[in-house]
Design a protein around this ligand. Structure first.
Ligand code: URA
Length: 430
């Protein structure tokens, strides 16, 4: 077999066999497939598409290109994946809430991508938190605490690591086949027994239309199930930030407020919905009630604290989290220049404001500032009078706060009309 032949068959629209896809994924992982061949493959898949069978075969081949974890536990090993949004820190309260319900959650998470935040960047706002324990330590923590939120080690789906970087610079990120294989290869390599997907749609998501979100959700759900991992998806609204805080330390604070019963807004609502969906998929009944009990009893917060400590953070983080999180030197309230209703929020623009403040990366070598971001962001439909705050900017310098203020006023529309009333959960795909 050779890459030229595989690519020629792809170019002619012929169906690639599982053997060919497996050979190609292995070649990506081992470096025997060149960058040019990988780029041609990505473009071939983009233009010709794979069959459903081919999509499953590519996902399995990329999963098997590296180490696949397996677990021998006394309860299901499960996880959630979000396609990315702004103010979306569901993973942080969800993992310990699930662990408190008796299941195991080895949550392999990512860093910020484009305008969206990343769970690992958020956790690194906690002093000492190590996102890269070795596998032995990961197994110990998952066994003892029930959850660990960590990064993928280098040997998890290495074919995806290589192909993703090549897609990024060859205009081939957008293929449904490639997105599906990329997301699921990493999740399936964590050895999950069930998975729930949060597919976001709206101004702060990658998928801007319901049709695109439905297509991605259907592709992910059918491929994951065919690959042997019971999976369902919720399509959820991202036309405004999920939490009213955006930024790394600021989203840790938002998550701690959920875990300690101080916030009962949309972040909690979606965390409960995704958790209940996942527990149902894993065959556990009364998920919503169990998750609520995990919060009310304080056990979910306690599990979060144990996870933080086990991964190198402070022992008393849950009791004193505000003392440990970094604070930006410039904190500026931004007020409305006119009265009216909040009729639109450009979620992507808000995410990019956080990136500009230093809370995300423009190039992969950028250092993330954990302290910066936005808080107290208004919600769609809020009635505002002139001079009332619409958000608070947390910046490293005055000049950055100044630029953010201007962009913020452009991203939040206050007008005469009414705001679209979109439910948080739009559709369930099984
Ligand atoms: N996230 C991934 O991991 N891969 C993609 O292709 C897109 C989003």
């Amino acid at each position: 077999m050779d890459a030229r032949t595989v690519n020629a068959r792809l170019r002619r629209g012929e169906e690639l066999s599982a053997k060919e896809l497996s050979w190609f994924a292995q070649g990506l992982a081992e470096g025997t497939v060149s960058p040019a061949q990988a780029g041609a493959f990505a473009m071939g898949v983009c233009l010709r598409g794979l069959s459903e069978q081919g999509r499953v075969a590519l996902t399995l081949a990329m999963r098997d290109s590296g180490h696949v974890l397996d677990w021998d536990m006394d309860a299901p090993v499960i996880d959630k994946h979000s396609t990315g949004g702004v103010g979306d820190c569901v993973s942080l309260p969800l993992a310990p809430m699930l662990a408190a319900c008796g299941v195991y959650v080895p949550m392999i998470s990512g860093r910020g991508l484009g305008h969206t935040g990343g769970t690992l960047d958020k956790l690194e706002a906690i002093p000492g938190y190590n996102v890269s324990p070795d596998e032995t330590r990961l197994r110990e923590i998952v066994g003892d605490v029930g959850c660990a939120i960590v990064s993928a080690s280098a040997d998890i789906a290495p074919a995806d690591k290589r192909l993703y970087a090549i897609r990024d610079v060859t205009a081939t990120v957008e293929s449904l086949d490639l997105i599906t294989a990329s997301i699921l290869s990493k999740k399936l390599a964590a050895g999950l027994q069930s998975l729930v997907l949060d597919v976001k749609v709206g101004s702060g998501a990658f998928m801007k239309t319901a049709d695109d979100a439905r297509a991605l959700a259907s592709s992910l759900v059918s491929t994951a199930n065919a690959a042997g991992c019971p999976t369902s998806a919720l399509i959820t609204d991202m036309n405004q930030p999920l939490a009213s805080s955006l930024g790394n330390a600021l989203e840790i604070d938002a998550s701690m407020r959920v875990l300690t019963g101080k916030d009962t807004g949309p972040l909690l609502e979606l965390t409960l919905a995704l958790g209940a969906e996942l527990l149902t998929t894993a065959g556990i009944n009364d998920g919503a009630a169990k998750l609520q009990q995990a919060l009310d009893s304080g056990e979910a917060a306690e599990r979060f604290g144990r996870m933080v400590y086990a991964l190198g953070g402070p022992l008393d983080f849950v009791e004193n989290w505000q003392r440990f999180l970094p604070e930006a030197p410039v904190i500026r309230e931004i007020t409305a220049t006119q009265s009216g209703t909040v009729t639109a929020i450009d979620g992507e623009a808000l995410g990019l404001i956080v990136v500009d403040l230093g809370g995300g990366r423009r190039v992969e070598t950028d250092q993330v500032n954990p302290a910066v971001g936005l808080t107290d962001v208004v919600r769609l439909g809020d009635k505002i009078t002139k001079g009332q705050p619409i958000a608070v900017i947390h910046a490293a310098r005055e000049a950055q706060a100044e630029a953010a203020a201007e962009n913020l006023r452009r991203a939040i529309t206050i007008g005469e009309g009414t705001a679209p009333q979109t439910p948080l959960m739009l559709e369930r795909i099984t």
